[in-house]
Ligand binder design. Sequence first.
Ligand SMILES: [Zn+2]
Ligand SMILES: [Zn+2]
Length: 427
Amino acid sequence: MKKPRGVHDILPGEVERWQHLEGVIRELTRVYGYREIRTPVFEFTELFQRGVGEETDIVAKEMYSFPDRRGRSLSLRPEGTAPVVRAFIENNLHTWPQPVKLYYTGPMFRYDRPQAWRYRQFHQFGVEVFGSADPAVDAEVIALLMEFYERIGLKELTLEINSVGCAECRADLTGALRNYFTSRLKELCRDCRARLGRNPLRLLDCKEEKCRGLAREAPVPLQFLCSRCEAHFQAVLKELETLNIGYAINPCLVRGLDYYTGTAFEVTVLDAGAQNALGGGGRYDNLVETCGGRPTPGVGFAVGLERTLYALEQQGVKLPGAASLEAFVATAGEVAAAKLSGVLRLLREAGIAADRDYTGRGLKGQLKQAHRRSARWVVILGDEELSRGNMAVRDMDTGEQAELPETELVRWLRTRQSKTDVLVKDY
Ligand SMILES: [Zn+2]
Ligand SMILES: [Zn+2]
């Protein structure tokens, strides 16, 4: 049996890197005052059609949708924001103290062309803040994102930022974009020609080279911001400066989704001479209302964890590898074998990672096994030592050996136990 295309197993040895990222996420969100939310991996398809937008590639081409047994269309979540918005509305979180600051991690699903480090089941870390339109919240969300990258050790990042404006600013912008691109229609890629009628804003961040050239000369949202959006954007930038966060204004940054209003941002990393997007987000002040809730401003981001791990690997950042076994308990003789499970339990209760053989190996085989498992200590229960009420223990790092009574064992190991006893492997 083989796994379907575009998914991957995370095996022991690699899973420690994931646990490390998850640990950073838990600690970082704790100090910023965000609380975790866990939503189901599938929702009614309609949620994504409304919340992400039927015209987006994600919904139009990439969703795993299927009818349930009663014929209702369900979809595996292709992104995390719409489900969190649905949960916010359905659970009346508008009655909680505002703003409500949430984070999530988990698998998302998109039927996309699999490439290196791009999967059909991939994982995201994201935050969403509801109930405040304060530009300081936009800046806080960005600060949290940048600190996440800093804490895991990622470098050579660029924060690109833009404002895509509100519905009011966009009325004039849309007309100007249509005029401009219609006059250059022959030079556009096929996708852009199709998008022009429905959502001309999207033409600004087409990845095709010929469209990018045109986009550089096109009218952009910043030229059409209403006074409210302009003031908000300037306040976000000022707050970023206060926080000492460098940024580059990219007037063509609109992100692929329909729901953004005002601030939009993206973090890219330099990889083999090209800037690759790692994560991004923005403000979505109409989304809660679009999904059936009362008008509630919101802002958030999402980060692809596979791509983050890939970037860490490219930069040679060392992450924790497998934690080693601390004590391997070996036995020789029948009296010893009867004592084995008691000693193991004693060690485990004391917080020492301990294991034994379960395949009937002789003493020599057990010692070999202890070595293969990289055990720091080997505890040997032999009939001879036991007849004196003792057991033997050997420190494999230092070669130190001792014969001790059971009551002394834990104390002996603990005084030698080091908190940094985790193998750091080359990533
Ligand atoms: Zn506006
Ligand atoms: Zn294009």
